[in-house]
Design a protein. Structure first.
Length: 364
């Protein structure tokens, strides 16, 4: 049952969602939503009934102490709302409905219908679902992020790829298609995470998703300490690679493949978008929590950087690729800049990949 008491009338609302699990390699997508909630102080106004959608033997509830009192947090999906300024603070404000949860264990159609019910009641004009995949992409290069939609008109107007994927999918792909069939414009954004360093967190991939979301919605997103965390993550992985000659050689081969496949036009477009992002933040004035720092320079690092900060993620097994979803952080989604092929699936489920590119696929 949808109850929206206390929720004001929203302005040009966009629903932005991410789900932990098969669609969330390195926790990159769910961390992006968590970052938005924290920076914009999102207020939770609804939660789906965990009993309806989750197998508690798969997604265990958590017990914790609150002043000596034991409490239980159940796995679920929560909705919060934030108001932001568009166009770098020069446009009219708009609202974001943030959806953050765990991929449901059952009743996916009912789950999507319930979220669509909220979207309808709130007057949502666009749904953007974020995901992350494991792929053959080097950690020393910019994180490939691909935007995909099943709506030809949306593909043209928002510079997105039309989905042509066929194969197993996860909740990101199911929700996107449910939106399309319900007449709600929807798109998904996919970040490619290096399969050889799959352990969460991956702040570099999270930052790449937020930058792409910023471009898509013409927003100025406060980044806080995320750019510095991303630099620290990359330096940590550099150290791990330097300690293992086989890994170092493998990373070098991925770099060569990536650099050979990249066209100069693509690099120029990326630089142009980053400059537009810089102008948007500058024109909007200093924002909260370091909003003026785009974290752009490290994204263009031509190769591994020396140094030492922060913990680098541990190397982990390859997991599903494409727009897939993986309860272990493996997931798959499309990748526009990555010349690598899809990662192999794991026990969590099959992976998705585009039918012709050989690169990370996307939930379609």
């Amino acid at each position: 049952m949808i109850e929206l008491e206390g929720v004001p009338e929203l302005v040009d609302p966009v629903m932005v969602a991410a789900f932990e699990g098969w669609n969330d390699a390195g926790d990159a997508a769910s961390s992006a939503i968590a970052h938005l909630e924290q920076e914009w102080k999102g207020e939770v106004f609804a939660a789906l009934d965990a009993e309806d959608y989750y197998d508690f033997q798969v997604n265990r509830p958590q017990v914790w102490l609150d002043g000596g009192v034991r409490k239980i947090t159940w796995p679920t999906t929560r909705l919060s709302v934030v108001r932001v300024d568009s166009a770098g603070g020069k446009g009219k404000p708009r609202d974001l409905v943030l959806v953050r949860g765990t991929e449901p264990s059952m009743r996916w159609r009912s789950f999507c219908n319930e979220l669509l019910g909220f979207a309808h009641e709130l007057g949502v004009e666009l749904v953007v679902v974020m995901g992350a995949l494991l792929g053959d992409t080097p950690h020393t290069r910019p994180v490939p992020v691909t935007g995909v939609t099943s709506d030809p008109d949306l593909a043209r107007t928002m510079n997105l790829e039309e989905s042509r994927y066929e194969g197993p999918t996860g909740i990101v792909g199911i929700l996107q298609e449910a939106c399309t069939h319900a007449g709600v414009p929807a798109a998904s954004l996919w970040a490619a995470v290096p399969h050889y360093v799959s352990q969460p967190p991956n702040p570099k991939a999270t930052l790449a998703l937020l930058n792409r979301l910023e471009d898509l919605l013409s927003l100025r997103i406060p980044l806080g300490e995320l750019p510095e965390d991303a630099r620290a993550w990359q330096l940590g992985v550099d150290q791990l690679a330097a300690e293992d000659s086989e890994v170092a050689e493998y990373v070098q081969s991925l770099e060569e493949a990536r650099d050979t496949a990249e066209l100069p036009e693509a690099s120029g477009e990326a630089i142009a978008k980053e400059f537009e992002r810089y102008l948007r933040r500058r024109d909007g004035g200093p924002g909260p929590a370091g909003a003026a720092d785009s974290g752009g320079p490290y994204l263009r690092d031509p190769g591994p950087a020396g140094g030492d900060r922060g913990r680098g993620p541990k190397r982990g097994p390859r997991e599903p690729e494409e727009g897939g979803e993986s309860g272990d952080g493996g997931s798959a989604g499309p990748s526009s800049d990555d010349a690598s092929g899809p990662s192999e699936g794991d026990a969590s489920g099959p992976s998705e990949g585009p039918e012709d590119s050989g690169g990370p696929g996307t939930e379609r």
